[in-house]
Design a protein around this ligand. Structure first.
Ligand code: ADP
Length: 399
């Protein structure tokens, strides 16, 4: 079976064609600058096939983008399938499923309506995801499609974890609550952690740290998300590349009054000019920050310290929330690659049974146990694979 995985943004569209049973990827790539000038990247994973890198292709809308992807996949010379009939289903990443979806679903008219109803909760993301789905419906009519939500895995959180201490009507009437994001990743790596530890997920308390450009930490108790650091929007929780993470709401009033900022200008600062980039004044990329810190840049060092400290505090909090922890998982760009940050985050947690193995930790991008053999809490490095998770959910609902 072949599943086409689509992650549609407002002007971009990532795709991957894979076999969900084996995890073998046939081709992947990216359409960029949709609606502008159109750039197409195609990376076949089959030997002897040639890649395309950011070539100019006219893509006025997402429909032409999908058409471009399909043409490349079935291309006589460099394609990886004989015809469109070999695409059995399409899995779409959808950012916000609100309270309507606690798992992936086959896309129907009713499901589309429910995804549209979630637009106010994710005004930038859901319209783009919907556009991607509509484009596929147009270009590949009759092919079954599935929506996989970033929020779904976190729908198991109890009310005490998801309710904000605001007047209750804002939850009842306006659905203001913690939703959490990166759910597909947290679900995937917590499942892999159980497999690596050879124990049923139901018997494990796991803290998953998805540390990338956007970062979130989740408490997974018995295979279910019971708390997570992102909130109503992906702005909450840890300081991120350019996002502030949690802060005292009183700061907004102070800064908006002092600098005569509108709420949109303020939110733009919190989303795009804050985080480790805002603090360091150097970069949002942790590689640049580590390099600058090594050369003595104190603000770069402070930004990395703040981030690591934030992750450490969440680990402590979630161990307390679950009444213990069996495993801590590191994943995503920083979690998979930064040897020093993993070590720094885990240091000082010996009191709760975390003991790292520095040699094992000196590794990147592959599933590894990085704690010492006698560490009570296992620490694991697990590369995330959201596409595989989407493909598997899609296959399960379309077989
Ligand atoms: P996104 O949230 O955009 O999916 P990723 O999970 O790809 O992000 O993470 C990207 C981030 O990972 C980069 O901004 C960079 O800070 C970090 N990163 C990647 N490689 C390394 C590395 N070798 N050391 C430290 N950080 C790294």
């Amino acid at each position: 079976m072949n599943v086409l995985v689509i992650n549609a943004g407002s002007s971009s569209l990532k795709y991957q064609l894979m076999d969900p049973d084996t995890g073998i990827v046939l081709a992947k790539g990216l359409c960029e600058r949709i609606g502008i000038d159109g750039k197409f990247t195609y990376k076949p994973q089959v030997e002897g096939k040639e890649a395309l890198k950011a070539v100019d292709v006219s893509m006025p809308t997402h429909s032409e983008a999908i058409q471009t992807v399909l043409s490349a996949l079935v291309d006589r010379k460099n394609g990886v399938i004989g015809s469109m009939k070999e695409i059995d289903a399409v899995g779409h990443r959808v950012v916000h499923g609100g309270e309507a979806f606690n798992q992936s679903v086959r896309i129907t008219d009713e499901v589309m309506k429910a995804i549209e109803d979630c637009i106010p909760l994710a005004p930038l993301h859901n319209p783009a995801n919907i556009t991607g789905i509509r484009a596929c419906e147009k270009v590949m009519p009759g092919v079954p499609m599935v929506a996989v939500f970033d929020t779904a895995f976190h729908q198991t959180m109890p009310a005490k974890a998801f309710t904000y201490a605001l007047p209750y009507e804002y939850y009842k009437n306006d659905k203001v609550r913690r939703y959490g994001f990166h759910g597909t990743s947290h679900k995937y790596v917590s499942g892999r952690a159980a497999a690596m530890l050879k124990k049923p997920a139901e018997e494990l308390k796991i803290i998953t740290c998805h540390l990338g450009n956007g970062s979130s930490v989740t408490a997974v108790d018995g295979g279910k998300s019971v708390d997570t650091s992102m909130g109503f929007t992906p702005l909450a929780g840890l300081p991120m590349g350019t996002r502030s993470g949690d802060l005292d709401a009183g700061i907004l009033q102070f800064l908006m009054n002092k600098y005569k900022l509108s709420i949109d200008e303020m939110l733009n600062i919190l989303n795009k000019k804050s985080g480790v980039e805002g603090v360091s004044g150097v970069s949002s990329d942790f590689r640049d920050l580590e390099e600058a810190a090594e050369k003595g840049n104190e603000r770069a060092a402070l930004a990395v310290d703040m981030f690591n400290y934030g992750v450490k505090k969440l680990i402590g909090a979630y161990a307390a929330a679950m009444g213990g922890v069996d495993a801590i998982v590191f994943t995503a760009g920083v979690g998979e690659n930064s040897v020093s940050q993993r070590l720094e985050i885990a240091s000082g947690l010996e009191f709760m049974g975390v003991k790292m193995d520095a040699a094992a930790n000196n590794c990147r991008g592959r599933e590894t146990v990085i704690s010492a053999a006698d560490s009570k809490v296992k620490v694991l490095l697990i590369p995330t694979d959201e596409e595989l998770m989407i493909a598997r959910d899609t296959a399960a609902l379309c077989k």
